[in-house]
Design a protein around this ligand. Structure first.
Ligand code: CTP
Length: 408
C-alpha cells in the first residue's frame, strides 16, 4: 500500500513499541524510523532478551525518547507507572513478538515489564510475530495465536522465507513497511465499514484418484491481496481459498477448500454479501471418473483414460442468483490474446457487473508473479490501469468499489 508519507493516518499517533528477544529485533530501528517519518511518536520498551539483539541506545536515538527496560524502573513514585505507560499510547505494537511473549499474553501472565504493560493496557494491540518455523507451527503457538486473536489482538505476518536459523517457512517478522501499512490500515479511513465482502482466490485441485489431482499455476496473490484490502477498508470479509502458500490476510475469515464444487458451496454459505470478487482460477473441468483407489499401472494396459465433467461456474452462479445476489459482483478475465474483446464478452456471458481483464500471456509474468496489468470493464468505457503490483491493484479496486457505492 502506498500512502503518501505526509498524509499518513499515523501522523500524530503515539505508538508504544515493545521489542522482544529475537534476531528480528535488529529491524526495530528501521521500524522506528519509518513510523517517525510518517509523523508517529514512538516510545520503546526493550525486553531482557531483546537486549541481546539491539540496544537501548539505538532505540532511544531513533525514537528520541527514553527506553523502558524493566519493571523495577517503574516502582519509584517519581517514575511513570506501568499502567500509565500502557495507557498513554494510541496503540501497543509488539515487534518482534516471540513465542514466549505470545504465550505470556495468552495466559495473562505478567512477569516482566512488557507482559505487564500488555496485561494492563486498554489500547489496541498489534503483534508482528517472529520465530523459528517449528515454533510458529507448533500447536501451542497456534493455540495462543487463536486465543489472542479471539481477544481482539491484531497480527501482521509472519512472512515465509529463509530464516536466520537456516530453516525455511513461515516465521520471519513482517518487514517494517508491512507493519507500517498494517498500522496505517488500522488508523486509516474505513469506507466499507458495515458491508460484507466475499472473495475467491487461488487454484482449485480436482482429484484424479486419492493421490493425484489436476491443478493450475495460480498463486492466490491477487485474490488474497484483494481480501486484505477489503478488510482494511472495513468490510467484513470472507476469503474462500483453494490451496495456496499465501499467509491468511489479517482481519479476514478464511475458508479453505480444494475443489470447484467445494468453493461454490463455501461461497453460497458465506452469503449474503454486498460485494463478491471472484479472483480464483477455478478448474473448468473435473475428472468425472475420479477413482476411489490409487490408479495402478497395468502391464500392457497403457495410460488410463480420463473422462471430464464441467465444473460449476462460481462467478456466473453468484451473478445469476435470483435471491441474495451480491450487489456488486466482480470477476477476472485471464486472457492471452484479444484481452479486452474477450473480457467484454465474458462480462456479458457471466452476468457480472465488472470484469478485471488481465493479460496472462507468459511474456507478462502475471501468473504467479507480483505485478498485474489490468483493464476494468464495466457498463461504461474500459478503464486501463498502469502496470501495478498486485497489492496496488487490490487497493485501487477497493477505491473504485468505495466510489461506486458512494462510500468515499
Ligand atoms: N470462474 C469461476 N468459476 C469457474 C470458472 C471461472 O468463478 N468455474 C471465474 C474466475 O474466478 C474469474 C472468471 O470466472 O473471475 C473468469 O475466469 P477465466 O478463467 O478467465 O474464464 P473461464 O470462464 O474459464 O473462460 P475461458 O477459459 O473460456 O476463457
Amino acid at each position: 500500500m502506498t500512502v503518501p508519507i505526509d498524509a499518513s493516518p499515523l501522523a500524530g499517533r503515539r505508538v508504544l513499541l515493545i521489542v522482544g528477544g529475537g534476531i528480528a529485533a535488529v529491524k526495530a530501528p528501521d521500524l522506528i524510523r519509518r513510523l517517525r517519518e510518517r509523523g508517529a511518536a514512538v516510545r520503546c520498551v526493550l525486553t531482557q532478551a531483546g537486549h541481546e539483539f539491539t540496544t537501548p541506545l539505538a532505540l532511544s536515538s531513533l525514537s528520541e525518547d527514553r527506553v523502558f527496560t524493566d519493571l523495577f524502573d517503574l516502582t519509584d513514585e517519581s517514575e511513570m507507572g506501568h499502567i500509565q505507560l500502557s495507557r498513554q499510547a494510541d496503540i501497543v505494537l509488539v515487534a518482534p513478538a516471540t513465542a514466549n511473549l505470545m504465550g505470556r499474553m495468552a495466559a495473562g501472565m505478567a512477569p516482566d515489564l512488557a507482559a505487564t504493560l500488555l496485561l494492563a493496557t486498554d489500547k489496541p494491540v498489534m503483534l508482528a510475530p517472529a520465530m523459528n518455523v517449528r515454533m510458529w507451527l507448533h500447536p501451542a503457538t497456534q493455540r495462543n495465536l487463536a486465543l489472542l486473536q479471539g481477544d481482539g489482538v491484531m497480527v501482521v505476518g509472519p512472512n515465509e522465507g529463509n530464516m536466520a536459523c537456516g530453516e525455511f517457512g513461515p516465521g520471519r517478522m513482517a518487514e517494517p513497511l508491512e507493519i507500517v501499512a498494517a498500522l496505517e490500515a488500522h488508523f486509516g479511513p474505513r469506507p466499507l465499514q458495515g458491508l460484507r465482502a466475499l472473495v475467491t482466490s487461488g487454484p482449485t485441485h480436482e482429484p484424479i484418484d486419492p493421490v493425484r489431482y489436476i491443478a493450475n499455476r495460480s498463486s492466490g496473490k491477487q485474490g488474497h491481496a484483494i481480501a486484505a484490502a477489503l478488510a482494511r477498508a472495513g468490510a467484513k470479509t470472507v476469503l474462500v481459498s483453494g490451496p495456496t502458500s499465501q499467509p491468511d490476510p489479517a482481519g479476514v475469515e478464511v475458508r479453505r477448500i480444494e475443489t470447484a464444487r467445494q468453493m461454490l458451496d463455501a461461497c453460497e454459505a458465506a452469503l449474503p454479501a454486498d460485494i463478491a470478487v471472484c479472483a480464483a482460477a477455478v478448474a473448468d473441468w473435473r475428472v468425472a471418473t475420479e477413482a476411489g483407489e490409487k490408479l495402478k499401472k497395468e502391464k500392457g494396459g497403457g495410460p488410463p483414460g480420463l473422462a471430464f465433467a464441467e465444473n460449476p461456474d462460481i462467478l456466473a452462479t453468484l451473478s445469476g442468483r435470483a435471491e441474495a445476489r451480491p450487489g456488486l459482483v466482480i470477476g477476472f478475465a485471464a486472457e492471452t490474446e484479444k484481452v479486452i474483446e474477450h473480457a467484454v464478452a465474458k462480462r456479458q456471458r457471466k452476468g457480472c457487473d465488472w470484469i478485471l481483464a488481465n493479460d496472462v500471456s507468459p511474456a507478462t509474468g502475471t501468473f504467479g508473479g507480483d505485478n498485474n496489468s489490468v483493464t476494468l470493464i464495466s457498463a461504461g468505457e474500459p478503464d486501463t490501469w498502469p502496470p501495478l503490483s498486485k497489492q496496488q491493484v487490490a487497493e485501487r479496486l477497493v477505491q473504485r468499489i468505495a466510489l461506486h457505492l458512494g462510500r468515499t
